[in-house]
Design a protein around this ligand. Sequence first.
Ligand SMILES: [Zn+2]
Length: 52
Amino acid sequence: MRDDARRRIEQVDAALGRLDAGTYGRCAVGGEPIPEARLAAVPWAATCVAHA
Ligand SMILES: [Zn+2]
């Protein structure tokens, strides 16, 4: 499997874990809510744009 595809799967996995933990949609760095537009474009995003 290509590295980028593997990385994407890991990111999606992590996002699902955050869904279970109740922290999905929150920036992993600052803890602030990630804007809906960013989550729509990058649903597996773990941080806001400023902390990406
Ligand atoms: Zn942030």
